[in-house]
Design a protein around this ligand. Sequence first.
Ligand code: SAH
Ligand code: F3S
Length: 478
Amino acid sequence: MASDQIIEEKKQGQALITNSNTTNSKKVYLESYGCQMNLNDSEIVASILAKQGYNTTVTMEEADLVLVNTCSIREKAEQTIRKRLEKYHAVKKINPKMKIGVLGCMAERLKEKFLEEEKMIDLVVGPDAYRDLPNLVKEIEAGREAVNVILSKDETYGDVAPVRLNSNGVSAFVSITRGCDNMCTFCVVPFTRGRERSRDPESILHEIQELHDNNYKEVTLLGQNVDSYLWYGGGLKKDFDKASKEAKENALDFAILLEKCATAFPKMRFRFSTSNPQDMSLDVIHSMAKYNNICNYIHLPVQSGSTSVLNRMNRKHTREEYIELIDSIRKIIPECAISQDMITGFCGETDEEHQDTLSLMEYVKYDFGFMFAYSERPGTPAEKRMEDDVPNEIKKQRLTEIIQLQQKHGLFNMQKYIGKTVDVLIEGNSKKSDAHWMGRNSQNAVVVFPKSENEMIGDFVNVTIENCTSATLIGIKE
Ligand code: SAH
Ligand code: F3S
């Protein structure tokens, strides 16, 4: 998932207004950085705070409480947030009653230290502690600092109905797992989001039902590692072995969950993110093939094309196993789009290992990609045991090479649609022109086409593709 990008409520419109409670008198300004999971968490936070008398606002200057949901994935993400805190501080100087809170991964990573480092912060809350916000907010309203960064074994916020802040009214995120057990050596997520646990399928289906009833047409099931979803009555994934025989027999995995969603809501479209190659089963690919309303798109981060680098990263598969998985996907769903995350310049990466990444990309020809230079994160196994020894210029040079190659492959894949007709869910106006609609096809490619009289946002329409750029398909409605 592309991170480091600011997603402000200002861009979010409608849902915000419909969820405003007229009896609420206080205002919270919420900003989210990082992954889609953070966006969804902010919606959970807004829901919890709505019951405490807070409506959301898009104007920071009028807020009683400013909350920033933070990302720690790379150093740059943290720097961006530090800069943002300076802006909040400036506003607080004019409005000293305003309280500032830090949520999410950076809160979890830095804990109480945050209060020492950033004097104007009142509140620090980790990703598993949002349910405690009512108490914490009372503390800060009484003029005290408040911190809760306790990670949980079973928190999934399953019963909290998110306030859809980030919505176009058509597509929404639904979280299905939290945390991650994979311990990739470069990654801070297992430390900031805790151990992996899955959400009760009943509460997932209930949330989708509500979205359905509110005319939503597309749901993205979210988790750090959706393919390892496993419901056996609650609890950590790692404790599954200790579960009762009955619990084990009734356990439900991701392929079954996907099928349940697809059959319960045949008029809605389903996506999911993110898949870890080591956990993706052929069952999931077969479920995708079986149901038209499960989109033909898999985000399948690989990080490197070299088995030795994958080994140092503690990724539990080789280059050959990954290629085998790609071949199976292509065999079962020939039209499936596949995207990657890559890291260049991981500890000890040689030029030969980098060439392996380029050759893997040549083999797969990914539809999309999110590429990053390795950024050492405090407390991770890589930081403790390995040397961040690839010089910055080399990291950057390799990054440029893979980005350029990805652009070439992106264009190559987009060109394949020219002359074909694709099924598009209309999401809204095209960024460039109000006379055009923007939507996506099943493969997650953005499609732009001229409006006519008979369609509206949320409709599925057939569009014949006439032209493209490396990022957009341009067509005409059939
Ligand atoms: N499973 C998660 C992965 C989260 S991190 C998901 O839902 O996407 C997203 C991506 O950030 C990773 O796939 C990886 O490519 C990149 N990333 C993680 N840690 C990084 C680091 N220390 N430096 C550079 N990139 C990193
Ligand atoms: Fe991070 Fe690896 Fe989990 S990238 S989120 S530890 S799958």
